[in-house]
Design a protein around this ligand. Sequence first.
Ligand SMILES: [Zn+2]
Length: 263
Amino acid sequence: MTATAASAAPLTDQQLERYARHIVLKEIGGAGQIRLLGAHVAVVGAGGLGCPAIAFLAAAGVGTIRVIDPDIVSLSNLQRQILFGTADIGRPKAEAVQSAVALLNPDVHVVAINQRLEAANAAVLLRDVDVILDGCDNFETRLAVSDAATLLRTPLVSAAVGAFDGQIGVWRGWEAGQPCYRCLVGADPERPDVNCADQGIVGAVTGTIGSMAALEVVRALVPFGEAAIGQMLIADFMANRFRTVRVSADPACPACAAESVPA
Ligand SMILES: [Zn+2]
């Protein structure tokens, strides 16, 4: 028996083969794979960002994925929401995700929550998970997710796209000196929501950013390398450039300033 197989003893032969490309990585290995299989991740929004993110998380063997989305699949979603097929039109997205993931990986349990996440229910819907991934399409929900993540002390991977750009941030606002997502965007309730319906989007843009968000979730769970905590990775697909900007914690932030504890 090799050292790798010995350290991955609780994995079945099928799992050793399915996750072989993880297990061979020294950064993940059998121990990391076991951690992924035991992990619980919440994904807010099963749209253009959520679909590719969930696909990669499910393929990676993230054991439990809680999918929160109140919408049903429509024909115009299929241009980018790659977990769905034509036959899913009219089905609740969270349930259609459950069916798609069941085909992809029987190791993964999807908890489908066909409900709108709001400030009033966010802390309940997001409790008891290891990482939260936000790929929703509106500002109000993003703030509700961020505030709950800070309160619950759960790492938040937040992803967003514009027509030809995207942003990803990893937020741990309860740690001393660390900003939360609200520190970045403020609380302007009048900020207009621009979404794909108004603006248009290339499916591969949401696919790229959603996949990168999945990578940050896997990184947070295993972990490895350098997470972009308190930073925004900004992708400009028109100019084909990526850049990273550091975000400062707002000492007056109503969400994270009072929550901050020494790291
Ligand atoms: Zn904050």
